[in-house]
Design a protein around this ligand. Structure first.
Ligand code: NIG
Ligand code: FE
Length: 406
C-alpha cells in the first residue's frame, strides 16, 4: 500500500487556477481559496483536495498532519538560482556599502571572476556539498523545486561538475556557460569558440537549459545569439540574463529564438515591456537582486498590465542576491513591484514551474500534481508576503512526505 498523508483541518488552502499556463495579465490573480480544507497525498502525488466537510472516511493506513491554524499553498518553485559556488563576497558587500558599484568591482576583476577563482579550487565532492547545503536552505524557506545554474567554473571540469552537483541535489541544471570571460581565454569570441566546441556537447547531456549574461561588459547580442543557437541545436531550453543594467537587445533576441524566459529586466523600457507582453517568453523578476544592489526595480506592474507572463525568483548567488527566501521575494513583489499577493503566488509557483518546463505536474494544489506543499503559520495564506522577514514557513511537504516541521 502506498504511503498516504492527510493534511487536515487547514484554516485555508490557496492554489493558482489560471485558465492557461503560463498565467498572463489578469490571469495572474486567478487564485482559488478554500476555507477549512484538507489535502490527501498518496505515493508522492496529490490524490484529493477539498473542504473538511466533504472528506469521507478513508480506508487503510493514512498518516495525519494537523493543519489547524495553518494555511497551505503549493511548494514554491525557484526558477533562477546560482548555487554552485565557492567562497563568499562579504568583502565586496562591505565595499559596496561604502559606495563602490557592482559594475565597477566587476570591471576591476572582482565580482563574478573572484567567485570563479574560489569555485575552481573545490573538487566535485566539495562543490556538491555546497550545492546540497544551499538546497537545504531553500527547502527551509518552502522551495521544493528549483533551478541551479553553473557559471562559476568557466573551465570544462568545473562547469560539468557544477551541473552534476545541481542534478545530484535534485535541482534542474542550467548551463550558464556564457556568464563571464575567464582570464585565460582572451576575448568573448575566443572563449565562446572554445566553450561551444569543448563543453557544450557534455553540458547538453546533463543540463535542461542554457543561459547567457547579455550585458555591457559581459556578452553582446551577437555573441549571445551564437551561444544560444548552438545550445538550442543541442536540445537545451533557452534562458537569458537581460536588461539588468542596460537594454542590450535581450528581449528581441529572446522572442526571436523562442526562449523560455528573460530574467532581470531592471532596465527595461516601454518598448521592451510591449514586446515581452506580446510574446510567449516569461519575464522572470528578481527584486531581491535589485534590492541587494540598490538598483531600480523591474517594471513589473507595467508588464502584467500589458498582459505579460511573469515569474519571480531569488537569483540566489554570492554577489548580487545572497538569499534563498522566496517568501521574502513575495514581500518585495508586493511592496516594491506593486503586485498583489495572488499575482506573487502565481509567479512563484505555476509560472515558475512553466519556466522549468514542469507546469503540468508542479505548482498547484490539485489532483495529479506533485504532493509538494508549504504550510504557513497563519490562518490567511497572504502571510506568505505579509510577513516581512519571510519567516512564516511552519512545515514543508515534499514528494508527499513531511520534510520540514518547525
Ligand atoms: O544574476 N548578472 C549576472 N549574474 C548574477 C550575479 C552573479 C554574481 O554577481 O556572482 C545575477 O545577478
Ligand atoms: Fe542570475
Amino acid at each position: 500500500m502506498a504511503y498516504r498523508l492527510l493534511v487536515r483541518d487547514l484554516a485555508q488552502l490557496a492554489t493558482p487556477a489560471p485558465a492557461a499556463v503560463p498565467a498572463r495579465g489578469a490571469e495572474l490573480e486567478a487564485v482559488e481559496v478554500l476555507e477549512r480544507a484538507y489535502v490527501l497525498c498518496s505515493a508522492g502525488v496529490i490524490e484529493a483536495v477539498g473542504r473538511m466537510r466533504d472528506l469521507g472516511p478513508l480506508e487503510g493506513d493514512v498518516e495525519e498532519l494537523d493543519g489547524r491554524g495553518l494555511s497551505a499553498i503549493p511548494g514554491l518553485v525557484d526558477c533562477h538560482t546560482h548555487p554552485a559556488f565557492g567562497g563568499d563576497r562579504v568583502e565586496e558587500f562591505a565595499l559596496r556599502s561604502a559606495g563602490a558599484t557592482y559594475e565597477e568591482l566587476q570591471a576591476a576583476g572582482g565580482g563574478i571572476l573572484s567567485t570563479v577563482a574560489a569555485t575552481r579550487v573545490l573538487d566535485e565532492a566539495a562543490l556538491t556539498a555546497r550545492v546540497e547545503r544551499h538546497a537545504g536552505w531553500m527547502l527551509q524557506h518552502g522551495t521544493t523545486t528549483w533551478e541551479g545554474k553553473s557559471g562559476y567554473g568557466l573551465d570544462r571540469d568545473t562547469e560539468l561538475a557544477s551541473l552534476r552537483a545541481v542534478r545530484s541535489a535534485a535541482g534542474s541544471p542550467t548551463w550558464l556557460g556564457a556568464h563571464a570571460v575567464p582570464p585565460e581565454r582572451g576575448d568573448a569570441d575566443a572563449y565562446l569558440d572554445w566553450a561551444l566546441a569543448e563543453v557544450l556537447p557534455d553540458a547538453a547531456e546533463i543540463a535542461d537549459a542554457a543561459d547567457v549574461f547579455l550585458e555591457r561588459g559581459a556578452f553582446d547580442a551577437a555573441q549571445a545569439r551564437r551561444y544560444l543557437e548552438a545550445c538550442r541545436a543541442a536540445g537545451l531550453a533557452l534562458r537569458l540574463h537581460g536588461d539588468q543594467f542596460t537594454e542590450s537587445g535581450a528581449i528581441p533576441l529572446a522572442v526571436e529564438l523562442g526562449a523560455r524566459s528573460v530574467d532581470h529586466l531592471e532596465a527595461t523600457g516601454p518598448d521592451g515591456v510591449g514586446a515581452l507582453a506580446a510574446s510567449g517568453v516569461v519575464g522572470v523578476l528578481l527584486p531581491a537582486s535589485a534590492l541587494f544592489l540598490d538598483r531600480p526595480m523591474p517594471p513589473a506592474r507595467a508588464l502584467v498590465d500589458a498582459g505579460a507572463a511573469v515569474a519571480l525568483a531569488t537569483d540566489f548567488n554570492p554577489g548580487s542576491s545572497f538569499t534563498t527566501s522566496l517568501p521574502l521575494v513575495c514581500t518585495l513583489a508586493c511592496t516594491q513591484l506593486h503586485l498583489a499577493p495572488a499575482e506573487a503566488l502565481t509567479a512563484v509557483t505555476v509560472n515558475a514551474a512553466h519556466v522549468l518546463g514542469r507546469a503540468e505536474r508542479i505548482g498547484r494544489l490539485a489532483p495529479g500534481y506533485a504532493a509538494d506543499l508549504v504550510l504557513l503559520g497563519a490562518d490567511d495564506w497572504r502571510y506568505l508576503a505579509y510577513a516581512l522577514a519571510g519567516d512564516v514557513v511552519e512545515a514543508v511537504v515534499s514528494g508527499g512526505r513531511v520534510a520540514v516541521r518547525r
